[in-house]
Design a protein around this ligand. Structure first.
Ligand code: PPS
Length: 328
């Protein structure tokens, strides 16, 4: 078993959520799951690349956007990329994953889909990220302990912008995402059970957030919240610009905030993943309706979750955060 991988998730374990996980994610390339360091659930393909990721050499000018899935990653990536590229809206018409590759995409998505939509070089995502010119802009959903080892060195200069989101909205968004893009054919209740049992990809959720929150005072880490971006995007843009050391005039700021509005991102094919959803359908990989830019709201969970579920998540959260000093 590779370095960071502790065990396989096995349907013979007798655990109900393990069975659901193995049964209800139906894409043919999802041939099982493993438990990685920190109790993290990862699709089986992680085994093939975890050592490569651990050994991935960082450069001083690397910029990572990291998050638990469905926390506002794409939104943050587009902001960071434009700040880092002198507001080049012309170049930003290129598909975001080509400008800002997803380090471990090969673990998560069907190769046929990724190759058809992004090209074969992008599918070998760890090699691709290794090969691109500096400064590199890299997306990852990996928790702190699974990041390239270089990141944990005290003198690392590579920067990480971490974004997190209210766990209930994140859960709902993840459920829709898994139906749309990850071949999930189960119902909401089973997804909910898996999420709380830390059996969805990249879970446990709170340990993920805490891993970065604990390091939020490091000079190379910026800790953001989706809800703050919704409440006052210009303020967050200013913080990010200052963290990146990129000047941003009031005029540039207003234009960027407008470009980053939900309505504009929803109709922007470079960031809305419509081409990927279309390709999935065309290839018959996934047959689901919906869109990646789904609702973009805060508190949308209230129409999905029962009072009982809300109470259960609150209790679970309290337990996960006990003694940490973190208040959501
Ligand atoms: S992924 O696939 O994990 O990288 O997804 P991620 O980008 O992290 O999260 C997708 C959710 O972010 C919402 N989103 C936005 N909300 C508000 N404003 C803007 N501009 C924006 N862009 C993306 C997107 O709609 C997903 O949330 P839900 O709740 O599903 O709508």
């Amino acid at each position: 078993m590779a370095n960071k991988v502790l065990s396989r998730i096995d349907s013979a374990s007798g655990c109900e959520v393990d069975k659901i996980l193995l049964r209800d994610f139906t894409s043919s390339f999802r041939c099982g799951y493993v438990v990685a360091e920190g109790g993290v659930t990862m699709p089986h393909g992680y085994v093939d690349v975890c050592d490569k990721i651990a050994q991935f050499s960082l450069r001083d000018d690397d910029i990572f956007v990291a998050s638990f899935p469905k926390s506002g990653t794409t939104w943050t990536q587009e902001m960071v990329w434009l700040l880092g590229h002198n507001f080049d809206y012309e170049k930003a018409k290129e598909f975001l994953p080509a400008r800002f590759p997803f380090l471990e995409v090969q673990v998560i998505y069907d190769p046929i889909d990724v190759i058809k939509t992004m090209g074969s070089s992008l599918y070998e995502s760890v090699d691709y990220a290794n090969s691109i010119k500096s400064p590199r802009y890299i997306k990852t959903h990996l928790p702190w302990q699974l990041l390239p080892t270089d990141m944990t060195k005290a003198d690392t200069k590579a920067k990480i912008i971490y974004v997190w989101r209210n766990v209930k909205d994140c859960l709902i968004s993840y459920y829709h995402h898994c139906i749309l893009l990850e071949g999930y054919k189960g119902n909401f209740d089973n997804f909910y059970k898996m999420f709380l049992a830390n059996k969805v990809g990249y879970a446990p959720f709170w340990a993920h957030v805490l891993g970065f929150w604990k390091r939020r005072d490091q000079e190379n880490i910026l800790f953001l919240r989706y809800e703050d971006m919704k409440a006052d995007l210009p303020s967050v843009i200013r913080r990010v610009a200052s963290f990146l050391g990129k000047p941003c005039s009031e005029e540039q700021l207003l234009k960027l905030a407008d470009h980053l509005s939900f309505e504009n991102m929803k109709k922007n094919p470079a960031v809305n993943y419509e081409p990927v959803c279309e390709m999935n359908k065309k290839l018959g990989l996934i047959n689901a309706e919906g869109s990646f830019m789904r609702s973009g709201t805060v508190g949308g969970y209230k129409t999905y979750l029962t009072q009982e579920q809300i109470g259960e998540i609150d209790k679970w959260t309290e337990k996960c955060l006990e003694g940490t000093g973190f208040s959501p």
